[in-house]
Write a protein that binds this ligand. Structure first.
Ligand code: FES
Length: 120
């Protein structure tokens, strides 16, 4: 591969990239925040499970506020662009096995377009 070809290689570093909101607001904030709903623990659990299961080409990253605070804990997975509400470890396990490993959408956890745009 030439240097010119490399400069135009747009393939992603990871096949799937998870952005898990861990934003925290003060107690009593009217919108709430994902960190106040255990998103940091759930993100850590997801990272650990992906590593333990030796799932390759998947990256779990921390995200700032995704602007769907009332619906959180929230995450989004690219390149699919699927948004999820992830409330507990069971939800994490389902997102890993069904979405990240099997390539299926976990429909009952998806934030629909209406929900994703409800605060706009
Ligand atoms: S605090 Fe998580 S979406 Fe805003």
């Amino acid at each position: 591969m030439t240097a010119e070809q490399r400069s135009f290689d747009m393939s992603p570093y990871f096949e799937q990239h998870v952005f898990f909101c861990t934003n925290e607001r003060s107690v009593g904030h009217k919108r709430g925040s994902c960190a106040r709903k255990n998103s940091i623990g759930l993100r850590d659990y997801m990272k650990n499970q992906v590593k333990t299961k030796n799932i390759k080409n998947v990256r779990i990253n921390t995200s700032g506020c995704l602007d769907r605070c009332e619906l959180g804990p929230t995450l989004v997975i690219y390149p699919a662009g699927i948004w999820y509400q992830c409330n507990n470890k069971e939800d994490v396990d389902r997102i890993i096995s069904q979405h990240l490993q099997a390539g299926d959408v976990v429909k009952d956890l998806v934030l629909t377009h209406h929900q994703v745009t409800i605060n706009d």
